[in-house]
Each structure stands twice: as structure tokens, then as C-alpha cells.
Design a protein around this ligand. Structure first.
Ligand code: NAD
Ligand code: 4PL
Length: 244
């Protein structure tokens, strides 16, 4: 088929929370958005709202990820933007952290980052253009307790960004990290991290809870053509909680 005219973005984990806010913000930039998430019901709803495309994808499953990328290339013939947002956001004390739980989180948050980026970047390199944004977390800056595997994985993602930026510049691809602070997503709201606002909000410059819509514009900027001189960077978006 002939190539889709508009730029095309894949946003993983965009069925809800920060990923959904990113998908909505990027769609305003005249970009066609593909939602890749394990949650089909919510993912399809966001895709429909944005006149985009949904592909049910477990980012930790190599075959599923290849299926996603093949589907997007067959449907649109291009992938200009990738936002790696899909992640598990766990809460567990070090004493209770098992190797099995460590592997479960690394499989999604770190292996998933590798698998999706590996499958997508080849097409970006062929086109000589790409914008990749990896969602990290300010827990890597703050050394937040009760999620050692998560914080370790978010640190890995920053290393991944810094190193890959050096290798993909030759292909016209930028690679950056955005590190949100504690944000009132559906996932956080429903779990133990919701209690964290009592500690985090007083450390911020602003006296309110961070929202997904506070994160999305910073991510969207890094996906634009005019952000082309910014690569390998970490942008902390946390209301001033930490100073990177
Ligand atoms: P959330 O739990 O509300 O949403 C996460 C989404 O990812 C869900 O739609 C879920 O279905 C999807 N997902 C989970 N596992 C998946 C998999 N294997 N394959 C595909 N999709 C999968 O989370 P959120 O709070 O919106 O977090 C989004 C991103 O922001 C994550 O990378 C998280 O680490 C990061 N982050 C969140 C906060 C926060 O306080 N909310 C702070 C810093 C960083
Ligand atoms: C400050 O990324 O950034 C709790 C849980 N507290 O996932 C996060 C802070 C959590 C965070 C995060």
C-alpha cells in the first residue's frame, strides 16, 4: 500500500494512565497514534477516541512485539515515533522481594524496552528519521524504597537511552528519557503508591498531586521534528520533587 501521509507513533502502555495522556497529547500534533497494550478493552477505547489503531501487545513477548511492528508497517508503512511507557509499577520491601518477582518486573520494564525498540528502530533507520522516548522514573534519582527491582530497571532504561542515542544518531533518530515523579495514574490510584503523595507533595515546588497530563507535554516535545538537536538526555518531570 502507499505510505501513510501523517507521522505514525507507537505508544506502549497507552490504555490508561501516563501512556494514555501521552497518546492524547501526541495525537494533537497531527500524528496517527497506535496503542500497544495488554489491556484490549481500554486500549481500544483510547484508540477509537483518537481515530488511531490498537494492537494487543505484551511487550515482554518477542513474537507479540514483532506482530505489532509488522501490523503497523502493513497498515501505515512507517513508524516515526516510539514512546516506551508500558511497565509494571510494583510495591514490595527488599526483605520480601524474590528473584521471581525481580524477573517479572525486568521482563516487562527492561526486556520489553529492548524488544520494542529493537523491532521498531530498524524501520526508523531505513527511513533515516525517528524519535524514541523512554519513560523512566524519578525513583532512580531519589533512590525511592520498596521497589528495588523497579528502580533498578528504570536506571537501566536511562543507560539504554544514553548508549543507544550514540549509535542511532547516524540514522537521524533521537533517543531520550523522561522521568516522571509520583503521578496520579489509574495504576497508582488503585495501589499502595497512592499513600506516597503524603511524603512526595511537600517535597515538590507545587502543592498538588502530579497528573498524567503534567507529563505528556514534555514527552510530546521530544517526539517533534524540532526537538532534533536533543538526544541522550534525561528530562525529569516531577513538579520539582528532585533535582537531577
Ligand atoms: P498504569 O499502571 O496506570 O498503566 C500502565 C499501562 O501499561 C497499563 O495500561 C497496562 O495494561 C500496560 N502494561 C503493563 N504491562 C504491560 C505489558 N507487558 N505489555 C504491554 N502493556 C503493559 O501506569 P502509569 O502510572 O501510567 O505508568 C506509566 C509509565 O510511567 C510506566 O513506565 C511507569 O513506570 C512510569 N512512571 C509512573 C509514575 C507514577 O507515579 N504513576 C512515576 C514515574 C514513572
Ligand atoms: C516518587 O515511578 O516516581 C512512587 C511508584 N514514588 O512508581 C514511580 C515516586 C512511585 C515515583 C514512583
Amino acid at each position: 500500500m502507499s505510505k501513510h501521509e501523517r507521522r505514525v507513533a507507537i505508544v506502549t502502555g497507552a490504555a490508561q494512565g501516563i501512556g494514555a495522556a501521552i497518546a492524547r497529547r501526541i495525537a494533537k500534533n497531527d500524528v496517527t497514534v497506535v496503542i500497544a497494550d495488554v489491556n484490549a478493552e481500554k486500549g481500544e477505547a483510547v484508540a477509537a477516541e483518537l481515530s488511531g489503531h490498537f494492537h494487543r501487545t505484551d511487550v515482554s513477548d518477542a513474537a507479540a512485539v514483532q506482530g505489532l511492528v509488522d501490523d503497523v508497517m502493513a497498515t501505515y508503512g512507517r513508524i516515526d515515533i516510539l514512546v516506551n511507557d508500558a511497565a509494571i509499577v510494583p510495591f514490595v520491601a527488599w526483605e520480601d522481594l524474590t528473584f521471581e518477582e525481580w524477573r517479572r518486573v525486568m521482563a516487562v520494564n527492561v526486556d520489553g524496552l529492548f524488544l520494542v525498540t529493537k523491532a521498531v528502530s530498524r524501520h526508523m533507520a531505513d527511513a533515516g528519521y525517528g524519535r524514541i522516548v523512554n519513560i523512566s522514573s524519578n525513583t532512580f534519582v531519589a533512590g525511592t524504597p520498596n521497589a528495588n527491582h523497579y528502580v533498578s530497571g528504570k536506571g537501566a532504561s536511562i543507560g539504554f537511552t544514553r548508549s543507544l542515542a550514540s549509535e542511532l544518531g547516524k540514522d537521524g533518530i533521537t533517543v531520550n528519557s523522561v522521568a516522571p515523579g509520583l503521578t496520579e495514574s489509574e495504576g497508582v490510584k488503585a495501589g499502595p503508591h497512592n499513600e506516597g503523595f503524603a511524603y512526595v507533595v511537600p517535597m515538590q515546588a507545587f502543592n498538588r498531586k502530579g497528573q498524567p497530563e503534567d507529563i505528556a507535554p514534555a514527552v510530546a516535545f521530544l517526539t517533534t521534528e524540532e526537538a532534533g538537536w536533543v538526544t541522550g538526555q534525561l528530562l525529569v518531570v516531577d513538579g520539582g520533587h528532585t533535582r537531577n
